[in-house]
Design a binder for this molecule. Structure first.
Ligand SMILES: Nc1ncnc2c1ncn2[C@@H]1O[C@H](COP(=O)(O)OP(=O)(O)O)[C@@H](O)[C@H]1O
Ligand SMILES: [Mg+2]
Length: 245
């Protein structure tokens, strides 16, 4: 079953075509990797999908519903949530309270079910020992998990992750990969934007590649890394690190 479909989505900022005629679909239970150089349009495409921007043209369907131009809180209720490249938890609140906000507002749950959901999600992403710490006081890898937890707590079945592993060390990346697999196994579909090729290759069922706003390739991980256009546009300098991984 298709959980997300983008049809010829374009987004212009003045004369700049940040996203150009991008089409792709995300199947239920799938992890789709999205890669491309800085400025390729990945975050802008996410922002179109989530409703931060209304695309200049094209259509977006979430769980079969046309969400093109819908506001983010409505898109969230239809089943889609995003973590940010820039983390922005409410620093004066505890980790638990931050996740609870996701369940109460994003998921529109009542306090009882929201608290229960929050406990479950905190367990799922391994945040138990931090639950009652202020989110302003927790280290970066833990804040990354908090971002994930807030998105999951909304009840969305599709999660968009924008460089959620940036700044993590190799051991923390391994832990984060395990968490993503658990999240997928709990029934979510994910799109993962990440520069760390070991992550993208290790976790993606399929990969799409953006360059200058356009989709230049799509396929299985091994197809994409051997694609000439992808090597030229993006992977050139990354291939050596891939061979190590
Ligand atoms: N709000 C905006 N206004 C104008 N230009 C933008 C805006 N957001 C992004 N851009 C431009 O759109 C292009 C794509 O950016 P972005 O989506 O952030 O790329 P990526 O996430 O792949 O690094 C870049 O050239 C960027 O400078
Ligand atoms: Mg970006």
């Amino acid at each position: 079953m298709t959980s997300l479909e983008c049809k010829k989505v374009s987004m212009k900022f003045g004369a700049l075509a940040a996203v150009q005629m991008v089409s792709f679909s995300l199947n239920s239970g799938e992890i789709l990797g999205m890669i491309g150089p800085n400025g390729a349009g990945k975050t802008t495409l996410f922002n179109c999908v989530i409703g931060v921007y209304r695309p200049t043209s094209g259509k977006i369907y979430v769980n079969g519903i046309d969400v093109t131009g819908m506001k983010p809180h409505k898109v969230c209720r239809i089943g889609l949530a995003k973590t940010s490249q820039i983390m922005e938890p409410f620093t004066g609140m505890t980790v638990f309270e931050n996740v609870l906000v996701g369940a109460l507002h994003g998921g529109r749950m009542k306090m009882g079910p929201a608290s229960y959901k929050t406990e479950q999600v905190i367990e799922l992403v391994g945040l138990n020992e931090y639950a009652y710490k202020l989110s302003g006081s927790i280290p970066v890898p833990v804040r990354r998990r908090l971002e994930l937890a807030r998105a999951i707590a909304t009840g969305a079945n599709i999660l968009l992750l924008d460089e959620n592993m940036a700044g993590l060390n190799p051991h923390e990346i391994d832990e984060a990969l395990e968490i993503l697999k658990k999240i997928r196994d709990s029934g979510k579909s994910l799109i993962v934007v990440e520069h760390i090729m070991r992550v993208v290759m290790g976790i993606s069922d399929r990969i799409i590649v953006l360059n200058y706003g356009s989709k230049i390739a799509e396929g299985l991980p091994e197809e994409v890394v051997n694609n000439e256009a992808v090597i030229k546009a993006y992977l050139g300098e990354k291939l050596s690190s891939l061979k190590v991984a």
